[in-house]
Write a protein that binds this ligand. Structure first.
Ligand code: HMG
Length: 302
């Protein structure tokens, strides 16, 4: 089994991890979360969204979060931008990377961004053009690449088709997202093998939610397909507002523990991340869902 020697961990808890929380989380907590993650060494942090506050009220303070954070040189701070209005906000906030987000499933596209897949691509065109003109990195995310809460199975060709279109828009990186965490290792391998026929593997990332407990196996399967960028969320925070029952992203602590065991370099300090996981969980009144986080904290306490 040949694995990459190094992987890039994109920490998404400030955005994907918090967006679904019902009670509004104070901007100061969000800022502190990003700052602590920066200090732990993450090369890329998804810090905020510039989306409609009617659709995702928790992310309404994206501009304030971006203004409040201390930026670590070398870390990329990303934000979600569904349209030009979002992009303008992101540009004013000096985001390093903007994320356009579509889906491989028509039903999910309608629920998440209120348009068809084709309409979403048309809506992303000016965003992509503006990002290129401004010299801002552009990432494209493909929701429901491993299954959809509304339509069920999603054909691999639909995922490849959206990947091709995002690539044509100029995306520097493309996320294959298992929004509801239904994927299993064999399917992940098939999807990644197909996507990497049209997009270079160095530009493809795996974004796995852990609803069915398959994320670590899925990450390993993706690594075997040559993928070396993964999205994780400290304490396993998260869920998607438009995917009922979906749990958070794979916990960062669990992924870092696995990478350490595999001898794969991430540049991120696991011990610090365990502390951050415990801290943010207590601040928002949740229990961490990270097995490694719990075990390491218990070992320390003993
Ligand atoms: C795309 C829209 C805007 C269409 O929303 P819409 O209602 O179809 O369009 P609209 O243009 O009529 O906008 C509605 C209202 O929002 C305002 N508005 C419009 N745009 C913005 C903006 N950028 N920033 C602030 N406000 C905005 C706009 O001005 C208007 O306000 P009103 O006139 O009614 O007062 C909406 O559906 C939306 O914002 N959706 C966001 C959905 C979202 O954030 N979902 C979660 C993130 S995706 C995700 O989690 C999946 C991912 C990436 O993690 C991967 C995975 O796991 O699958």
């Amino acid at each position: 089994m040949s694995l990459p020697a190094k992987v890039k961990i994109v920490e998404v808890s400030p955005r994907d991890g918090l967006q679904n929380e019902k009670d509004f989380i104070a901007t100061g907590i969000k800022v502190e979360l990003v700052d602590r993650l920066s200090a732990a060494g993450f090369p890329n942090i998804e810090a905020a969204s510039f989306v409609s506050p009617k659709w995702v009220p928790q992310m309404a303070d994206g501009a304030e979060v971006m203004q409040g954070i201390r930026r670590r040189p070398g870390t990329i701070y990303s934000v979600l931008t569904p349209n030009l209005r979002g992009f303008e906000g992101a540009l004013a906030a000096k985001a390093d990377e903007v994320v356009i987000f579509g889906a491989a499933s028509e039903a999910f596209s309608q629920r998440n961004i209120n348009c068809t897949i084709a309409e979403s691509i048309a809506r992303f065109e000016p965003v992509a053009a503006a990002a290129k003109q401004a010299g801002v990195r552009l990432r494209g995310s493909i929701s429901c690449a491993l299954g959809c809460p509304y339509q069920g199975e999603v054909p691999i060709e639909s995922v490849v088709d959206v990947a091709r279109r995002l690539l044509a828009l100029g995306c520097d990186e493309i996320d294959v997202a298992d929004t509801i965490g239904v994927g299993t290792a064999t399917r992940v391998r098939q999807v990644m093998d197909a996507v990497t026929k049209v997009v270079d593997p160095s530009r493809v990332s795996g974004h796995f939610h852990d609803t069915y407990g398959q994320s670590l196996a899925n990450i390993l399967a993706a690594m075997e397909a040559g993928i070396s960028i993964f999205h994780t969320s400290v304490a396993g925070l998260g869920g998607c507002p438009y995917a009922k029952g979906a749990t958070g992203n794979v916990a960062t602590e669990d992924v870092l523990y696995m990478m350490d065991g595999l001898g794969v370099n991430t540049g991120v300090d696991l011990n610090e991340v365990v502390d951050i996981g415990m801290w943010i969980s207590s601040r928002i009144g949740r229990k961490t869902s990270s097995r490694a986080g719990n075990a390491l904290a218990a070992r320390r306490a003993a």
